[in-house]
Ligand binder design. Sequence first.
Ligand code: FAD
Length: 552
Amino acid sequence: LRIRNPFPCLAHSGIVPVVYTPGRRCLATQSEQSAPGQESDNKKERVVILGSGWGGYTLSRRLSRKTYAPLIISPRSYFVFTPLLTNTASGSLDFSNIVEPVRDPRAKVDFIQAAARAVNLKKKTVLCEATVVKSGVTESPRTAEELRGTDEGPETTNMKPMQAYRQWEQGEIFEVPYDKLVIAVGAVSRTFGTPGVRENAMFFKDIGDAKRVKRRVRECFELAVLPLTTPEMRKWLLNFAIVGAGPTGIELAASLRDFIYSDLMALYPSLDEIPKITLYDVAPKVLSMFDESLSRYAMETMKSEGIDIKTSHHVKSLRWGPPGASPPYQMDPKRCLTLTTEEDGELGVGMCVWATGNAMPKFITESLDLIDAYPTDSIHSIESSTARTEPENASWKFKKGPRKGPLLVDGYLRVQLQNETGQTAVLRDVFALGDNAMPESGAPPATAQAANQESKWLANRLNKGDLAQTPPFSFRDLGTMAYIGNERALMQIPHNGDRGSNSFLPEGIKGHTASLIWKMAYISMTISWRNKLRVAFRWTLNKFFGRDVSRF
Ligand code: FAD
């Protein structure tokens, strides 16, 4: 076996090179010896953070540099300000306006562009695969590798596991030691196993997704005006379906509506009245987390703006080719797709964006269960139990929510293990937060707001170095906002059902005022001053020159 070090420049950082053979996990490891005099940071605890999203990025910026040496491991070398992602797909903002680089000399955070594949609790290491030359784990769900990393796995797709695997994408495998580990790898889109969705739908989680949506919309308009396109195909190409009427689906439909009716129609006057946006949901109403009156207002306003809202509709399948076509159905971006619903049957669409909620990535559902040995040293406490089995002999797994759900954490965001006898053990140095974690005491919603609060809370507690003495994490609802198109928005003011002494407050704000508050709020929440100014400037510029209609 030839031991090679994929990162010579990291020789003294504690990262261990691993021999990797395709098809096998790892054959041997060899620790690097630190050179004398190279251990200046050894007194600081290494906090390895998996993920560069709302949870991971915020935490890394808040940890004390006197005590900790944070290291982010993520396939994404940037942080995405997700609340404004729909604005980039509709040309209101540039893609670069909403990302912050993870590497920043001022922040003093180490970064490795890799995906975590497994955790060894006994050795306190994370096994990683470099993803530097990959399109990105969270970006493109179309390679078999990425299909395997999703909620449904390969069995629900007609792609054979290795069929779409690009050999050059396989990255170096190596181990990274940690003193404390924070798991914040987020969630993937849930497709409920609907046939054809994983392969043919677009998802909306990352910058790559927003780019694909914008490009496809522009592509459909150009295809529609080609001389040989039939009127029927033109209608199908310009029918844009969005499945899921939660905040992401609603905001995307609203932003695309603005883009198409205010900007694109001026470029394609011959297509007047043909483009259509259709929003599907199985629930009887949209934005179920908002109060009834706000949800109704959203539905009525969006309908009046030309968005077709189909609630209580069940999507059965999605495939390439026009309605009525016979198999085999092959991907052909020059033509439309067919979306089938139980209620309306087959319908031609130019694009289908799937935004129906969260499922756990494979790292959470499967990889973490590969616990080799009982990690005696890592255990903080074991819950008393009537079981007789000695913990060392029992087989332990990470404790998770129902149906391959998120990692269950205690009030201090510490990850828990569970054995087959039902005993629970709390890990001392392994934490989870954000979409992939669920505090047992009461789950906050899977939002940036919650991930942000959790990471700030954890950073604060770790900085104090006094976990046991502090009150556990509790989520504070600061309200919810959603953009519903044509400079209108909704703002839900938090209340606990019974408005009691707060009854003088309105239950929410809606319309143009809410849209103004929505804009001000997101400018103020945008992380860097550079992006705050760029966002404000672009929104002002759009008023005079319209949105960016270019297609890359
Ligand atoms: P994420 O922010 O998703 O970050 C996960 C990170 O983990 C990513 O960097 C990813 O690359 C990385 N990763 C994935 N797999 C691995 C692996 N194996 N190893 C290492 N790293 C890995 N919430 C709100 O509160 N308000 C809003 O207005 C709002 N709007 C939204 C709009 C859109 C379009 C979307 C998609 C979400 C929106 N949300 C909003 C929800 C919010 O973005 C999420 O709840 C939040 O991002 C969760 O943070 P997280 O850190 O758990 O995960």
